[in-house]
Design a protein around this ligand. Sequence first.
Ligand code: 0O2
Length: 208
Amino acid sequence: MDHWDQFLAPYKQAVEELKVKLKGLRGQFANQRFHSPIEFVTGRVKPVASILVKANLKNISMDKLEREIQDIAGLRIMCQFVDDIQTVVQLLRNRNDFRIVEERNYIHHKKPSGYRSYHVVIEYPVQMVDGEKKILAEIQIRTLAMNFWATIEHSLNYKYHGQIPDEIKKRLQAAAEAAFHLDEQMSEIKDEIQEAQVYFKKNRETSE
Ligand code: 0O2
């Protein structure tokens, strides 16, 4: 096993475990026939190249990676409605299998790029063969519209090596506002949408 495999092993374990746990929450809501505040969950371990770029950018020495790069293990929870985000955050606060270290609300305080999301940094204990290892993981919680925007902006950032031309930047900022407006509109007809979803699900179940 090389140095990076060894370093990343607890992070890989944590991402797999957390994906199961968070997807489990979604399943529990579905079983109880409640609206699930969780639409879907994804997770990834940050690639070594990205860890090195971030460390370089933020002047973080190799011995401080574990503490200072908080999203080596990253989970993402997508929600249908903005209100669902607080419900999910509360669900996370109520758990006792990890400890919340920090919360960053980029919904009330959007980033200059237009980025909106709620970040929760947790300390998660992983059971390894040589004992328990506590690692940091970042859970990003956002609506489907916020996720759509962030995914597009992330690929443009990659394409332009972090230097998106001003004209495109402006369009992205406007698109972020449009996405937020879409979320607001959907929230206004939330009850109507949820009723339709329950009706749709019932009908599908009886016809199966
Ligand atoms: P990747 O490829 O997603 O892993 P900083 O990076 O300094 O802004 P910090 O302290 O690392 O911030 O924490 P923050 O901002 O809570 O979390 C960083 C992560 O949030 C990023 O990870 C992205 O996933 C997401 N993010 C933050 N700002 C933006 C943005 O403007 N646009 C998009 N698309 N995503 C953003 P990485 O490491 O950038 O990359």
